[in-house]
Ligand binder design. Sequence first.
Ligand code: M6R
Length: 595
Amino acid sequence: MCGIFGIVTDKEQALGPILTEAALRLTYRGYDSVGAATISGSKIDLRKDKGRIKDVAEAYNFAEMIGSRGITQLRWATFGEPSQVNSQPHLDSDGDLVGAHNGNVVNNVELRQQFAAEGMTVRSMNDGESCVHAVERYINKGFDFIEAIRRAYGDLQGDYSFVIGQINDDKLYAIKKGSGLVVGIGEGFTCVSSDLPSILPLTRKIMRLNDGEIITLSPDKVELHSVKDGSLIQREPETVTETMEAVQKGGYAHFMLKEIHEQSQVAREVLHMLDGSPDVAAVIEKMKAARNLYFIGCGTSYHACLIGAVYFAQIAGRPVIPVLAPQFTPQYAPTVTSKDVGLFVSQSGETKDVLNALEVAEAKGMACYGLANVIGSTLTRATVSSLPLCCGYEISVPATKTFTNQVVTFLYLAYRMAGRDTQELAAIPALMDKTLEMVAAQVETIAAEINGWNDLYCLGYGGTYPIALEGALKLKEITYAHCEGMLSTEFKHGPLSAVSQGFPILFAAGPQDVPLIVSGLNEVTCRGARAIAIGQDDPRLHANASDVIVLPQSAPEITPLLAVLPLQLLSYHMSVLRGYDPDFPRNLSKTLTVD
Ligand code: M6R
């Protein structure tokens, strides 16, 4: 994910402590390397290394750094391993410019070759350095800073923001393209940061930015230019009056709703990360060679394991055993050997049930890998290597964005196992946004209509069976209603007797499974049930279901990722309608560190 912060002040001062504090507030965006640069007249003081902010700031004594302009960056490695040289900020060839970025420059490899061929000094593998050289390229040709950034923008592909400064100047410059960036305006300083909460302790006077805007920060003012034609953009600053908590919710009523809407962005992040990660190839090789392959997790993470197993079978032709972590010890540990591979999946990386299974698996010599959101958690430290979920903080107890990124990761790994082009997955984030847009109003209406029921079913088949389990778990977790998730074909083997007039049953339908789902719909509607189908636009669903929540057209393997979104929204709205706080449901905790 990464985080950047830059500040311009009206006098030389100790900027190190200010940069360190800002970096601490942005820690959730990147943990593996950190750096700070201050500019004082014709000198740039640059200190950086891999490691966490507290350790690096202490080891390199950030506290003594002085200047009138400063930049700090926290890195979550995508291009280039975590190392001192790959840490940000970066210098240009002569050491006159210094800058740092947040996001991904996807043509980084080609650009580095071009810069080197043009005689520039390329020191790292990191795409943040490409942002600096892209500006240097045009400064060297005599363009002013705004024009140099405009031209650099044409060269840098991807979603990113960066901040950059030059010696013997009194300004910093930044640009926003697809990654978060906010301006702060205070007494004697202006600043720019990846998020709003990190600015609020300094000032409540802020300016929100749009993609394609170039920002010039002076000690007493901020100017915006359009990257399109260089024209000046007029915008008045605004004063933030909300509490810090409201600001952290980003304008949404609850963290859960915010996190539901963050899913497309974090999916984009994890896909970029996986494309650039040196660990993926090693994990894939190990999985290919494994005798048995186990995906192990609890709760929502287990549901992701179930989908992962479907993907591996359908896409890569590789059987996988998905396991609820506590069942690993009694059922599978007796036969596990060093020829087997386990992927341990956990948002928190601290779930005791998962760690117990990991301990047993390691004692048996199994090769153990992790898939976790919290880097530095026990799981990520105890496994051979661990892939990050790249979701930032997930505050709401019900998992949403970490679930979809677990599923995206499994889909990506299945593609890599099968040797398929992972670029096909680039459509996922936009499809997620489109889904939320298409279903939002209808789901809210249905939530109000079925909210009186305290007994529901959620059914699916194939890739949508785990989605049915996940939808049911979300409903149980935050509405306190009983909702059972089930394979659609199993419903007739017993639960069908529960159906009465208006009884709500949700069906998640993959496009290839519609004929089977249609049978299930008829079995329950003819007995008076309200059958709510979730699937792509299909006349057979419209003809047989009571309601159809239509998803955008997508490849069948992407449908589960989209089908879960209306189910998340449905449980959210029902929870709120019942007067509960979906973020903090009773009796539950985000991290379960007990047996
Ligand atoms: O942190 P983990 O992914 O290991 O947590 C596992 C479960 O406790 C968790 O997924 C739980 O089911 C969620 N709160 C569901 O939304």
